[in-house]
Write a protein that binds this ligand. Structure first.
Ligand code: NAD
Length: 244
């Protein structure tokens, strides 16, 4: 693919789900992918598998809540492949619960990873893209950036924030593309950290109508594959049967 071939794409949250599927698909189309997440055993396996199939991939452990660690990931990408064309700020967590449970520690972790993680990716990547005179941020929000449902107040708040941050960055950028990615329900490891028993059951119900991560990876590929002058601003991708 003309506009994907040889692009250097940094992906956070690449050890599973949407990040992993996107890394595999983009590498299949000739991108050089730099995988970031906390589980290096998984990243090592995925990068090795991509290379085994003729792709180019490397990885580094990163906690997106730590700005220094995210800066190191970007420097590593530059040192390895010479530039950073796309930053896919995708890492996220979703420990849902009713607000009345007051799971304040989980609220704070969602704020740190889902919002601060995206901001850290921008803080680490924007100077590199400005120096290059071009670049592309893809930030994973959610359908939860458009609708709020019970148990998801704080999660949706973090995704509304990602939507607003991405839209603001887009408006300020003349040569850097910004795509906000809003998946509906996708079957992944997301939500495995839910501690509220009733909410675990609710997620199971929601997932009865869900997409595979590959459906979202195809949307990411579409955004990346556009020429520099075309910015796919937002992608909402939901299961056909799903109301939200
Ligand atoms: P997932 O749990 O399979 O993937 C999340 C990834 O983020 C994993 O690789 C995980 O290790 C990583 N991660 C978590 N905390 C991290 C941290 N502090 N530092 C670095 N990496 C960290 O789930 P997924 O569904 O693929 O989620 C990817 C993104 O998609 C998330 O932002 C999520 O909110 C969003 N999303 C998912 C759905 C869905 O239904 N699955 C819907 C809408 C949006």
């Amino acid at each position: 693919m003309k506009h994907v071939q040889d692009k250097v794409i940094v992906i956070t949250g690449a050890s599973s789900g949407i990040g992993e599927a996107s890394a595999r698909l983009l590498a299949e189309h000739g991108a050089k992918v730099v995988l970031g997440a906390r589980r290096t055993d998984k990243l090592e396996q995925i990068a090795a598998d991509i290379r085994h199939h003729g792709g180019q991939a490397t990885y580094m452990a990163v906690d997106v809540a730590d700005l220094d660690a995210v800066k190191k990931l970007m420097s590593f990408a530059q040192q390895t492949f010479g530039r950073v064309d796309v930053i896919f700020n995708n890492a996220g967590i979703m420990p849902l619960s009713p607000m009345s449970e007051l799971k304040v520690e989980e609220w704070n972790r969602m704020i740190d990873i889902n919002i601060r993680g995206v901001l850290n990716g921008i803080a680490a990547g924007l100077p590199i893209m400005q120096a290059q005179g071009k670049g592309h941020f893809i930030n994973t929000a959610s359908i939860g950036a458009h609708v709020v449902v019970p148990t998801a107040a704080v999660y949706c708040a973090t995704k509304y924030a990602v939507w607003a941050i991405s839209e603001g960055l887009r408006q300020e950028s003349k040569d850097i593309r910004v795509t906000t990615l809003c998946p509906g329900v996708v079957e992944t490891e997301l939500g495995h950290d839910i501690t509220d028993e009733a909410t675990k059951g609710q997620l199971k119900e929601w997932r009865k109508a869900s997409l595979t991560p590959d459906a979202i990876a195809q949307a990411v590929l579409y955004a990346v594959s556009q020429p520099d002058s075309v910015d796919v601003n937002e992608l909402i991708v939901r299961p056909t049967v799903s109301a939200f």
